[in-house]
Each structure stands twice: as structure tokens, then as C-alpha cells.
Design a protein around this ligand. Structure first.
Ligand code: AP5
Length: 199
């Protein structure tokens, strides 16, 4: 089902919480493009581009790509026509500086909702080690996954409070089957967006 509304949405959460898996479903529901900074970086690494060469070692170590570079990539992507009437950003923003940059890109328009996908750290390590065995993602070793979790706790978790204060946070339990999580997200987003329309 596509919901006929403009939607400027984010999905955030720890590594392996299921952001990418759920992003496509949310984007389809709201008829907006799903934009993943991690996917953009990985496509550039695979394509051997200059950007890919710049970020490869950073990503393989589980560090964050510098804000200035990440912000520039997102600004370029949001300037494309398909994002004019909404988007679902997956994995961005990840720092307070990126939140401020995104606010600037939206020129006064506000975000509609931020889905926070929560998941138990040990469960997500199991998920990501399974993915490493299947897909061989370079940052899916146990050591790097634990470092990504630490980076998330230090740099991204503080954004939760910030979005909560803006009244746009939708916290969802990311455990259970993919369909169960999708249903929780759909219900949470629907309630949040209707409440905002009614304000
Ligand atoms: P990014 O690609 O965003 O990685 P991440 O946040 O660590 O998230 P993952 O892609 O590992 O997991 P996910 O939450 O999307 O879960 P998924 O759906 O894949 O970023 C990678 C790197 O790029 C960063 O470390 C950083 O270096 C850089 N980067 C990206 N954005 C940046 C930014 N804004 N600033 C600076 N640097 C940035 O699912 C995981 C696995 O679990 C899959 O195998 C999936 O099939 C499975 N799964 C999903 N849901 C379920 C379920 N309900 N039950 C069982 N299994 C499930």
C-alpha cells in the first residue's frame, strides 16, 4: 500500500538492527526513495571511485566517514528530483553535526518522523556474523561490529534525545520476524504522522 502523503523520514538504530531491511518497505509504503549512506559508500568502494578510495579504510575499521564528506553526499542526493516530495534516510544523520547539516538542507521544512529501531546488542552481533558468512561484508567481523556498536553509543545514540524533544521519534522493537517488525513500524509511523497532521 502506498500512503498518499509527503514524508520526510529517517530510520536510525544500532548496527544490524534491521534498518536497511525495513527501509525499503517503509519507502515503498510512502512512495519515497530510500537513501542509505552506507549503500552509497559501498557502491563507490565496489566501483573503485575516488570517493570509494577515500572511505574504504574508514568503513572497514568501523569508524564514521567525516561529517563534511557525508553531508556533501547527502545534500547532492536530496537535490535529485525523486527526493523533492519526500525521502527515507537510512543511516544518516549519525552525529549532531549531521543533524544540523540536514536541517540546513531542508531549508525550513521539518522532518516528519524518525523511526528508532531498537535491538539487543548480542542478537545483532549474531545477525551480522551470519551476514558476514553469506555476503562477506568487510566490517562484519566480531571485533569491528563491537567497535561499530561503541561508535553508535558515543556518536549516534545522543540523537535519540534530540529527536524525542522534537516530538518526532517513533521507537520500535526490532526483534521478532521481519514482518512483525514491519507491522510495528507501520503502526507507529501511521499514528505519529496522523497526529502531526492533526496538530
Ligand atoms: P551502514 O551500512 O549504515 O551500517 P550499519 O548502521 O552498521 O547498519 P547495517 O547495514 O550493518 O545494519 P542494518 O541496521 O541496516 O540492518 P540490516 O537490515 O542490514 O554503515 C556502514 C558504514 O558506513 C558505517 O560504519 C560508517 O563507516 C559509514 N557510514 C554510513 N553512514 C554514515 C554517516 N551518516 N556518517 C558517517 N559514516 C557513515 O540487517 C542486518 C542483518 O540482519 C541482515 O543480514 C538482515 O537480513 C538481518 N535481519 C534484518 N532484520 C531481521 C530480523 N527481524 N530478524 C532476523 N534477521 C534480520
Amino acid at each position: 500500500m502506498t500512503e498518499a502523503t509527503t514524508a520526510r523520514l529517517l530510520i536510525i538504530g544500532p548496527p544490524g538492527a534491521g534498518k536497511g531491511t525495513q527501509a525499503g518497505r517503509i519507502a515503498e509504503r510512502y512512495g519515497v526513495p530510500a537513501i542509505s549512506t552506507g549503500d552509497i559508500f559501498r557502491a563507490n568502494i565496489q566501483g573503485g571511485t575516488e570517493l570509494g578510495k577515500q572511505v574504504q579504510a574508514i568503513i572497514e575499521q568501523g569508524e564514521l566517514v567525516p561529517d563534511a564528506l557525508t553531508n556533501e553526499i547527502v545534500a547532492d542526493r536530496l537535490a535529485q528530483a525523486d527526493a523533492a516530495s519526500g525521502f527515507l534516510l537510512d543511516g544518516y544523520p549519525r552525529t549532531v553535526e549531521q543533524v544540523h547539516a540536514l536541517d540546513g538542507m531542508l531549508s525550513g521544512e521539518s522532518l516528519d518522523a524518525v523511526v528508532l529501531l531498537e535491538a539487543d546488542p548480542e542478537e545483532v552481533i549474531a545477525r551480522l556474523l551470519k551476514r558476514a558468512a553469506l555476503e562477506g561484508r568487510a566490517d562484519d567481523t566480531e571485533e569491528v561490529i563491537r567497535h561499530r556498536q561503541d561508535v553508535y553509543a558515543a556518536q549516534t545514540a545522543p540523537l535519540i534525545e534530540l529527536f524525542s524533544e522534537r516530538g518526532i521519534l517513533v521507537a520500535v522493537d526490532g526483534l521478532g520476524t521481519i514482518d512483525e517488525v514491519s507491522e510495528r513500524i507501520a503502526a507507529g509511523l501511521s499514528a505519529k504522522l496522523s497526529a502531526r497532521v492533526g496538530q
